[in-house]
Design a protein around this ligand. Structure first.
Ligand SMILES: Cc1cc2nc3c(=O)[nH]c(=O)nc-3n(C[C@H](O)[C@H](O)[C@H](O)COP(=O)(O)OP(=O)(O)OC[C@H]3O[C@@H](n4cnc5c(N)ncnc54)[C@H](O)[C@@H]3O)c2cc1C
Length: 437
């Protein structure tokens, strides 16, 4: 059953303004009704206006971005008029532009989301050698294909998959066994979830509170260790992850959960200050999967080379999440309607603790490689190198032109008040000239 529910319905905390509803605010309504936002960001502290505006995403092989669940928005334009934009009443391009508008249509006042009745989900953590799924430099063609097939089998056969690599997580184990550490020896954490008719195993309030309390400690401690020890002595990163990574295994490794709990699974995530860079790349055929695999392997190889040179610029993780393509013109995972059902995207991200020495140079080198992959687009919500800015707009090609045309036709911002470096770079340029006299 498909139904609609206004975000306003659960906006008790905020009174009438509904744009300020956070992902946490909407959880009780979802638990109560069994109707869910099918895929969403992990954070429970961000606002729906903030995440819809930038087409933020979660993971789900058949799911789009959060913007894809929006059915209407009231936006206050540059003239101060509250204008209602709705999927049912707009032409296709206007709606596809409104869905993710980077703030350039005005100030969002309220959002209506299409929620869906959903089964419970089984969430299982698997820890396997990374070398089982991603090629090492010495692998031949047949081995590479086998590894990729193994990965595709998991991703394409599950409701949702998240991959994490925390570097050096088996560093000392490998050394203690008399081996030499390579990224392939590290564990890959596969967080796999599947719809299930099984009853919830971890839904009791006391259990949720215990999990949340454990995570609060985990996040605060990680932030403190990174800030005070690892940012000063980065070569201790292998020691930290050789032990710290395995604390993840203290949490239950198989849970049947309600959908919002499975999605917003990491509480207090914002207690740990991080920097990150993320791109979406299309997954359409064997070549695009191979390109994704090469993106991943190039980072693991780079981290090993950095370590050999006495540096550890990647102090947290590399992560991948898989989605169906989006209908929002400016979503990084946008695909035109004609091919949307056959086009998926992977969002790949590198993250370090804020202040990690060497991060900027490392990030820029990775960005140069990743953005050269066909169809790669940066995720608006993450930091990207200034040098990539021109390419960021170009990567949206005709979709950006259609977005601009729809915005112009809608007449929401004649004075060009709502600025974005991508949508109206000329305005930004004039401002900079004014600022510098
Ligand atoms: C630890 C961490 C984890 C994250 N995880 C994910 C993830 O899993 N997936 C993902 O996609 N992203 C993720 N993000 C990115 C995050 O979802 C985005 O940065 C999001 O935009 C933050 O929302 P916010 O409510 O804090 O918005 P803000 O940061 O306050 O605003 C975001 C943008 O929206 C604009 N805006 C806000 N409100 C309005 C309004 N009412 N009208 C018009 N414009 C408005 C702001 O001007 C700004 O440009 C993560 C970020 C962090 C720090």
């Amino acid at each position: 059953m498909v139904t609609k529910a206004g975000v306003a319905a659960c906006s008790a905390r905020c009174g009438d303004p509904t744009a300020g509803v956070t992902t946490a605010d909407l959880i009780p309504l979802q638990l109560q009704t069994g109707l869910c936002v099918p895929s969403n960001v992990i954070l429970d502290t961000v606002t729906y206006a903030g995440i819809v505006n930038a087409a933020c995403h979660g993971t789900g092989w058949a799911e789009g971005t959060v913007s894809d669940y929006v059915t209407a928005m009231t936006i206050v334009d540059a003239d101060g008029a509250a204008r209602v934009w709705a999927e049912d009443t707009c032409d296709a391009d206007t709606w596809a532009a409104v869905q993710c508008n980077l703030g350039t249509w005005g100030v969002i006042y309220d959002i209506t989301l299409r929620l869906r009745a959903m089964a419970n989900v089984e969430v299982a953590n698997h820890f396997r050698p990374q070398g089982d799924y991603f090629a090492a430099p010495a692998d031949d063609g047949v081995t590479r294909e086998k590894k990729l097939a193994r990965l595709r089998h998991v991703v394409e056969g599950s409701t949702g998959t998240e991959l994490f690599w925390m570097p050096f997580n088996r560093y000392y184990h490998t050394l203690a066994a008399g081996g030499r550490w390579t990224p392939a020896a590290d564990d890959l954490w596969l967080r796999v979830f599947n719809d299930t008719a099984e009853p919830v195993t971890h839904g009791a309030p006391a259990v949720r509170a215990a999990l949340t309390a454990m995570q609060a400690w985990q996040m605060r401690l990680s932030d403190w260790i990174h800030r005070t020890i690892l940012s000063v002595h980065p070569l201790l990163v292998p020691a930290f992850y050789s032990a710290g990574f395995h604390t993840i295994k203290l949490f239950p490794q198989r849970m049947v959960e309600r959908v919002p709990h499975a999605i917003h699974y990491q509480a207090h995530i914002d207690a740990f200050k991080v920097v990150s860079f993320e791109v979406a790349v299309p997954l359409t055929d064997a070549a695009s999967w191979a390109a994704f695999s090469a993106m991943w392997s190039s980072v693991t190889t780079r981290v090993a080379a950095e370590h050999a040179a006495g540096r550890c610029p990647l102090t947290l993780a590399m992560e991948a999440r898989f989605v169906r393509s989006s209908g929002a013109l400016l979503a990084p995972s946008y695909a035109p309607a004609a091919v949307r059902d056959d086009t998926h995207h992977v969002y790949v991200e590198i993250l370090s603790a804020a202040g990690a020495p060497g991060w900027a140079a490392f990030r820029d080198a990775v960005a140069a490689e990743w953005l050269a992959v066909p169809g790669a687009r940066v995720h608006w919500s993450k930091q990207f190198p200034a040098a990539a800015a021109a390419g960021v707009a170009a990567a949206h090609g005709a979709a950006l032109d259609r977005f601009k045309a729809a915005r112009q036709a809608a007449g929401v911002d004649a004075p060009n008040m709502f600025q974005s470096a991508t949508v109206n770079p000329e305005v930004r340029h004039e401002c900079e000239l004014e600022a510098t006299g």
